[in-house]
Design a protein around this ligand. Sequence first.
Ligand code: FES
Length: 119
Amino acid sequence: MASFERHLFICTNQREPGSARGCCSPDGKDELQKLFKDAIGAAGLKATVRANKSGCLDQCEHGPTVVVYPEGVWYGFVQPEDVAEIVGEHITHGRPVERLRLSESCVNTASCLHKPRLQ
Ligand code: FES
């Protein structure tokens, strides 16, 4: 079996309402992961692309958060209506969706414009 060409991790972490950091799946329904899985299947990429549920990716302030490997492209504030564009552009054609991409200055940093509590 050939190895996977891309792997998506979709944060489905749920926290108690009112949590200071928020979370990526407040209703616990994991809708985004299911939408990605379905869109990848519909694009005929099921054999080469995986869309997995993930625990907290420690980018909670940017959630819902999705990361795509091997490129290491981070997406933030992903909504259900964004799934088709990410799969159609990035996953199918290798063109990351810049409007949803998190800045390098936001990923794995103690503070950024989305983390005002930590500045
Ligand atoms: S809850 Fe999704 S990155 Fe932390």
